[in-house]
Design a protein around this ligand. Sequence first.
Ligand SMILES: [Cu+2]
Length: 135
Amino acid sequence: MISTVSTRISAVVLGLAALATLAACGGSGSSRPAGTVPADVDVTVRAKDGLVWDAKSYAATAHDGTVIVYGVNDSGLAHNLHIVDKDGKDVAAGIDLAGSGSSDTLTLTVTPGEYQIICKIPGHSGTMHATLTVK
Ligand SMILES: [Cu+2]
């Protein structure tokens, strides 16, 4: 009984340490604090518990040929966010949404059309796929 409790406490401490590490290196690239949606974002995509995005379809209007996608991880698992064309090819570098609360932006340079938003972590893309329509 005591060993079970101490194992759980160790897991919590490890989790907190991981979060602290993530926070410490949060200054890389275009990472922003979760929940603060940058003003120039065209579409926000949130990962939710249950291996789903927060919508099945998203729409965005390109500005000067680009669409800025803001990814946020609202779930308890690690995810990533990739945008692929109808052939399954990435149309931009994907972003990591490594831990709960993490976020990042992805800039697409695309022509109007339909794309898929997926998570490429094994076992996730079955449910973590949504349509992004760019106008
Ligand atoms: Cu995922």
